[in-house]
Design a protein around this ligand. Structure first.
Ligand code: DOR
Ligand code: ZN
Length: 434
């Protein structure tokens, strides 16, 4: 990683919804902090002698993106991804921070694993916020050590990858977590309905001869967890929302004033179940890709505020888990390096404006997780992404930074890209040719 003294990002479009800023200006980074923002008409502040100056005409300068749903696979499955490779992929996607899920080996259900992750992340390419498990060993039986994990640096708890089947355990998790100011993240799935399913249940699953996962498997658990959040008064975050009826339920809960937030992944507003034709295991994930009707509902929820966050659910798997019969292949796709162009497609089609895009990918995840970043406040740590909204490219497997290559977007032409990522004043990714 290159260390930089001072960087001047010149004449970009600064988009910082937290401070209601959207203007053409320059931004000075010095000593790891955002030192000044000044528009062309304003007086240039005194600049340090040794300065790396980058012209960013036509580019966006935004707060570093924050992905609140990432599987880094370390400890335990380092052949798929490590904290180093995963954060390097994050930086290449414009992210300066990621929250990493606890379904590692061993599971992050106690302070020693949380500490290990944070130690390994010290020299990583992005800030890493560990998310602890709700239940010990993700077994769904007894609560993990929330207090210890919080003290060690965990920002939230979840059994992501698995549902918490026992409603009493989920209720206790909400109550217990709120004592420690920990966010509970729900992986909403009724396992008795989804078990052994490979893709969304419907015409496509029937015609492909695959067992389906009905959309109601998600919605029943979304409903249960919304009801528990309302009953306990504790905050809840719903992960990877993929169906129209889940969205209707979240919208109603929010109207009632429930303390809930929700995320979706870029794949749920970019692809439908049809992407699994030809039995492409790189389009297999849990929850599965849904129908056009669901995709449209997800987009509407993104634009009307029902969905608060775009999070990738970056889930690296090697060919050992993916190069198999469809129903045997692992669930999950990588997402860190394609989130920006996929979110930008929503902007280009007019569903969201630029400020909303930044809210979804930075401001809101920072707020929900209660972590630094999410704004370009003067004096704050310089966590910044520079995005070229015009840059078109075809995603080639050889260009993927993540250790795993399980993306359904390989060979697809995408538009928009992170060009430069700065984390705490250090350049963590630089694709600007000068
Ligand atoms: O597709 C998925 N992959 N969904 C999950 O819930 C877990 C994740 C993984 O860990 O691979
Ligand atoms: Zn996940």
């Amino acid at each position: 990683m290159i260390r930089t003294q001072a960087i001047l990002l010149k004449n970009g479009r600064i988009i910082d919804p937290a401070n209601r800023v959207d203007k053409k200006a320059s931004l000075l980074v010095e000593k790891g902090k955002i030192q000044a923002i000044f528009s062309p008409r304003q007086k240039t502040p005194s600049l340090p002698k040794k300065l790396q100056s980058i012209d960013l005409q036509g580019k966006w300068i935004v707060p570093g993106l924050i992905d609140m749903h990432v599987h880094l696979r370390e400890p335990g499955e380092e052949y798929k991804e490590t904290i180093e490779t995963g954060t390097k992929a994050a930086a290449a996607g414009g992210f300066t921070a990621v929250a990493c899920m606890p379904n590692t080996t061993p599971v992050n259900d106690c302070q020693s694993v949380t500490r290990l992750i944070l130690e390994k992340a010290e020299n990583a390419y992005a800030r890493v916020y560990p998310v602890g498990a709700i239940s010990k060993g993700l077994q769904g039986e007894s609560l993990a050590e929330f207090g210890e994990m919080k003290q060690a640096g965990a920002v939230a708890v979840t059994d992501d990858g698995k549902p918490v089947t026992d409603s009493q355990l989920m209720r206790r998790a909400l109550e217990y977590a709120s004592n420690y100011n920990l966010m509970v993240i729900s992986h909403s799935e009724d396992y008795s309905l989804s078990r052994n399913g490979a893709i969304n249940e419907g015409f496509v699953s029937t015609s492909m001869g695959l067992k389906g996962i009905p959309h109601i498997a998600e919605e029943i658990m979304v409903y249960r967890d919304l009801a528990l959040a309302e009953y306990t008064g504790c905050t809840l975050h719903l992960a990877h929302i993929s169906t129209k009826e889940s969205i209707n339920l979240i919208r109603l809960a929010k109207q009632k004033g429930s303390p809930v937030t929700a995320e979706t992944g870029p794949h749920y507003f970019s692809l439908t179940e049809k992407a699994v034709k030809d039995y492409n295991t790189n389009a297999k994930m849990n929850p599965p890709l849904r129908t056009q009707k669901d995709l449209e509902a997800v987009i509407k929820a993104i634009s009307d505020g029902t969905i608060d966050v775009i999070a990738t659910d970056h889930a690296p798997h090697s060919i050992l888990e993916k190069d198999l019969e469809f129903d045997q292949a692992a669930n999950g796709i990588i997402g860190l390096e394609t989130a920006v162009p996929l979110a930008l497609a929503l902007f280009r089609k007019g569903y969201i404006n630029a400020a909303r895009l930044v809210e979804l990918l930075s401001t809101n995840p920072a707020k929900i997780l209660g972590v630094k970043g999410g704004s370009l406040e003067i004096g704050s740590d310089a966590d910044i992404a520079v995005i070229d909204p015009e840059h078109s490219f075809v995603l080639h497997e050889k260009d993927i930074v993540s250790k795993s290559k399980n993306s359904p977007f390989i060979g697809v032409k995408l538009q928009g890209k992170a060009l430069l990522t700065i984390c705490g004043g250090r350049i963590t990714y630089n694709a600007i040719s000068d």
